[in-house]
Design a protein around this ligand. Structure first.
Ligand code: KG4
Ligand code: ZN
Length: 332
C-alpha cells in the first residue's frame, strides 16, 4: 500500500511516500528556518503563507522522487494536529482536496504520535515502554502499551523543552533554532560555573516546567560580563539542567511503571549530548531513538502511521478538521 504523507504543523512543509508503513520511497522536507531566523521564533502568519506557496511543489517532488503518480497512491495521510491552526489547515486541506479529486481514502494523523512512530519505522520494540516526545512544541511523557495505546503520565506546564532551547539561545544572541547552537557551544563552557535548577511541578512528579529555567538563564546573563566564554558557560549549564531533568523523570517513570524500554521522538532527540547522557544514565535499559533523518518534523512518519491506523479503523471522512490542541490520547 502506497501512502502519501503530508506534514505542515509548524515551520516545515513536508511530503513523503511510504510503502506499507515502513519503506520510505521519498521524504521531502522544506524547512522555513530562513524565514523565521530574523525573529528568533516561528511567526505563524509567515509560516502559513509559505506552506501555501510550496505545498503543491513539495508534494510533486515527493511523488516524483518516489517514482509514483497520484493514481498509484492508495491513501493520503495528513497531520491534523497539534500545531499552528493556519499551518495545519494548509496541509489538511491539500490532502482532502487531492483525496476528493482522485477518490483516494484520506486519514488524519496526530503529529505527536507520529514522532514516536518515526522511531518504530526502524526498530522493533519490547512493550510496554516509556514514550518521551521532546520537541519544539511538546514535552510529553507517556506509558505506551502498543501503537495507539497511550497513557499520558506527564507533560510540560509551560514551555516545551525545544522552545526553552530556542528562547534561551535567542536571549544569548544565538540564531534559531537554538537547540543545535547551544549543543555546539556547550563543549566550550566551563562546567560548574553556573548551576540552574530544573523546574518542579508539585502536583505531578512526571510533569515538566521550563519557564523558570529560562528566566534563571536570563538573570544570570544580564548580571554577567556577557563575554563569549560566559555565553558558553551558560549554554553548558542550561543544557545540563534541561537534560538532567528529563533523564531523572524518565528514569523514575521507567522504574515506577516497570518498563525496560524507552521510546523517544521529536526534534530535541537530534541532540547527541542527550542521547549519550541517556545511555550513560540508563545503561541497562533499551533506548530507542529515531533515525536522524526522521527526528525533525517530516511526512514519512505521518504516512507510516497513516498506514497503521488505516489498517485498524479505515479512512476518515473529508469533513475532518484539524485541531490545534489535539491531545495524543484523542480518539480520531
Ligand atoms: O520536532 P521538531 O522538528 O518540531 C516540533 O514538532 O516542535 O523540533 C524542533 C525543536 C527546536 O526547538 C530545536 O531547537 C530542537 O528541536 N532541537 C534541539 C537540537 N536539535 C533540534 N534541541 C536541543 N539540542 C539539539 N541538538
Ligand atoms: Zn514535531
Amino acid at each position: 500500500m502506497y501512502v502519501l504523507g503530508i506534514e505542515s504543523t509548524c515551520d516545515e512543509t513536508a511530503a513523503a511516500v511510504v510503502k506499507d508503513g515502513k519503506e520510505i520511497l521519498s521524504n521531502v522536507i522544506s524547512s522555513q528556518i530562513d524565514l523565521h531566523r530574523a525573529f528568533g521564533v516561528v511567526v505563524p502568519e509567515l509560516a502559513c503563507r509559505r506552506h501555501v506557496d510550496i505545498m503543491i511543489p513539495v508534494i510533486e517532488e515527493a511523488l516524483s522522487k518516489a517514482g509514483k503518480t497520484l493514481d498509484e497512491i492508495d491513501l493520503i495521510a495528513a497531520a491534523m494536529g497539534p500545531g499552528l491552526i493556519g499551518a495545519l489547515l494548509v496541509g489538511v486541506n491539500a490532502a482532502k482536496a487531492l483525496a476528493f479529486a482522485k477518490k483516494i481514502p484520506f486519514i488524519g494523523i496526530n503529529h505527536i504520535e507520529a514522532h514516536l512512530y518515526a522511531t518504530l519505522m526502524t526498530a522493533d520494540i519490547a512493550w510496554p515502554a516509556i514514550g518521551l516526545i521532546l520537541s519544539g512544541g511538546h514535552t510529553t511523557a507517556l506509558l505506551v502499551e502498543d501503537i495507539g495505546h497511550y497513557r499520558l503520565i506527564g507533560q510540560t506546564v509551560d514551555d516545551a523543552i525545544g522552545e526553552a532551547f530556542d528562547k534561551t539561545a535567542k536571549l544569548l544572541g544565538l540564531p534559531y533554532p537554538g537547540g543545535p547552537e547551544i549543543e555546539k557551544l556547550a563543549p566550550h563552557g566551563h562546567p560548574g560555573r553556573f548551576h540552574f535548577k530544573p523546574g518542579r511541578v508539585k502536583e505531578n512528579l512526571f510533569a515538566f516546567s521550563f519557564s523558570g529555567l529560562k528566566t534563571a538563564v536570563l538573570y544570570a546573563w544580564q548580571k554577567s560580563d556577557q563575554t563569549e566564554q560566559t555565553k558558553a558557560d551558560i549554554a553548558l549549564a542550561f543544557q545540563k539542567a534541561a537534560f538532567d531533568d528529563v533523564i531523572a523523570k524518565a528514569t523514575f517513570a521507567a522504574s515506577h511503571y516497570a518498563c525496560e524500554s524507552l521510546l523517544f521522538g521529536g526534534g530535541v532527540t537530534q541532540s547527541q549530548t542527550l542521547r549519550h547522557a541517556f545511555q550513560k544514565a540508563l545503561p541497562h535499559k533499551k533506548l530507542y531513538f529515531p533515525d536522524l533523518s526522521l527526528t525533525l518534523d517530516n511526512a514519512a512518519m505521518i504516512a507510516g502511521l497513516g498506514y497503521v491506523h488505516y489498517q485498524h479503523k479505515g479512512p476518515d471522512t473529508l469533513s475532518l478538521q484539524p485541531i490545534a490542541t489535539l491531545p495524543i490520547t484523542h480518539d480520531v
